[in-house]
Design a protein around this ligand. Structure first.
Ligand SMILES: [Zn+2]
Length: 303
C-alpha cells in the first residue's frame, strides 16, 4: 500500500465519519498579503482555496509599517507572499529575508505602466508613484498577477483562480465605465480638488481630475492660524469648493474654513488602507466607490 493510498483511505474514513467535510479535506493555501487592499484582492482571487493573512491591516500606514514577530511567523508559514512593489513597502522584502521565507513572491503591480509623483520640495528627482491600485484598470493586472502566483503554488486551483480573476476584472471594468460616466457629467473646469493626499495621482490621471496640494497644511501637525489663512487664500484664488484635508480634525478650524472660504471639508478619502469592516471602504471596490462619490460631490460645488 502506497503512502498516498493510505492517506486516501484515511481521508475517506474521516469524510465518511463526518469528522471533516469534503470541502475542508484539502488544506487551504496559506497566503500573506503586505497590506489590506492586497489582502482583499487575494481573497477575491483565492476564494475558498486560500487562507489570507494581511500584515498592515485596515487604517494602517503600510509605507511605514513595522512588522511584529507574529508577522515573521505568518510569512514563514506562507506558500505565497503578495506585495505591491514600486517601492511601496520596502519593509516587506526585509521581513521575508529575515524570516527565512522560501516560498513564492508575487509583485502585484508587475507589468503596469508606473507614473512619477510630482517632485516635492526637497526632492530634486521625481519618484515612482507606488499607488497604482488607484486606477482600477491597473488592478485588472494586479489580480491577473495574483492568479498566476497562486496557480504556481497550487496548480490544481489554477482554473478557479483564473475564473475568479476574470470575473473580478469584469467588475473593475464596469466600475471604471461607471466612474467615467459619473465624471463626464462634471465639466472639466470643475474637476479640481484640494487634497492633502499625494496618493491619488493614478485616479486623477484616469478620470481627468486636477489635484492641488493644500498650501500651508502639508505636515502632520495641526495647522496654525497663519497656515489656515494661506489655505483660505488658495481656495478663493483657485475658486475651489472641493476640499479634502485629512489632518484637519479640529472642528473649529473646519468651521472657520466653511465660514471664511465658503467650503465644506469633505469626508475622509481612503488611499493606502481599507477601513474596518463597518467603515465605508471595507473592500477595494467599496473604497473606490466611496472616494469617487465624495470627490464628485465636492467637485459639483466648484464654479
Ligand atoms: Zn501612500
Amino acid at each position: 500500500m502506497t503512502h498516498n493510498t493510505l492517506k486516501f483511505i484515511m481521508l475517506t474514513m474521516l469524510v465518511a465519519s463526518g469528522l471533516i467535510s469534503r470541502a475542508h479535506g484539502t488544506e487551504l493555501l496559506p497566503v500573506v498579503a503586505s497590506f489590506s487592499i492586497l489582502g482583499d484582492l487575494v481573497q477575491v482571487v483565492g476564494g475558498a482555496r486560500v487562507k489570507v493573512t494581511t500584515l498592515a491591516g485596515p487604517n494602517t500606514d503600510a509605507h511605514e509599517f513595522t512588522p511584529r514577530p507574529a508577522d515573521a511567523k505568518a510569512v514563514l508559514a506562507a506558500r505565497v507572499f503578495v506585495v505591491n512593489g514600486l517601492n511601496f513597502e520596502p519593509w516587506a522584502q526585509k521581513l521575508a529575508q529575515s524570516a527565512g521565507y522560501k516560498g513564492g513572491t508575487v509583485v502585484a503591480s508587475k507589468g503596469i505602466q508606473p507614473r512619477t509623483m510630482a517632485a516635492e520640495s526637497g526632492h530634486a528627482h521625481a519618484e515612482i508613484d507606488p499607488h497604482a491600485w488607484q486606477n482600477p484598470l491597473n488592478v485588472v493586472q494586479y489580480v491577473a498577477n495574483i492568479a498566476a502566483g497562486l496557480a504556481k503554488a497550487d496548480p490544481s486551483g489554477a482554473p478557479t483562480y483564473q475564473a475568479n480573476a476574470a470575473a473580478y476584472a469584469k467588475q473593475l471594468q464596469d466600475f471604471d465605465a461607471q466612474a467615467k460616466a459619473q465624471l463626464d457629467a462634471i465639466a472639466p473646469t470643475q474637476r479640481k480638488v484640494i487634497t492633502s493626499h499625494d496618493a491619488f495621482g493614478y485616479l486623477a490621471a484616469r478620470y481627468g481630475i486636477t489635484m492641488l496640494a493644500p498650501e500651508g497644511v502639508n505636515t502632520d501637525s495641526e495647522p496654525s492660524a497663519k497656515h489656515v489663512a494661506e489655505l483660505i487664500r488658495q481656495i478663493k484664488r483657485e475658486k475651489i469648493k472641493a476640499v479634502f484635508v485629512e489632518n484637519m480634525s479640529n472642528p473649529r478650524l473646519i468651521a472657520q474654513l466653511s465660514k471664511d472660504a465658503g467650503v465644506r471639508v469633505g469626508a475622509t478619502l481612503y488611499s493606502d488602507a481599507l477601513s474596518g469592516a463597518n467603515g465605508p471602504a471595507s473592500s477595494y471596490l467599496k473604497m473606490m466607490q466611496h472616494n469617487l462619490t465624495q470627490l464628485a460631490a465636492g467637485m459639483r460645488l466648484n464654479p
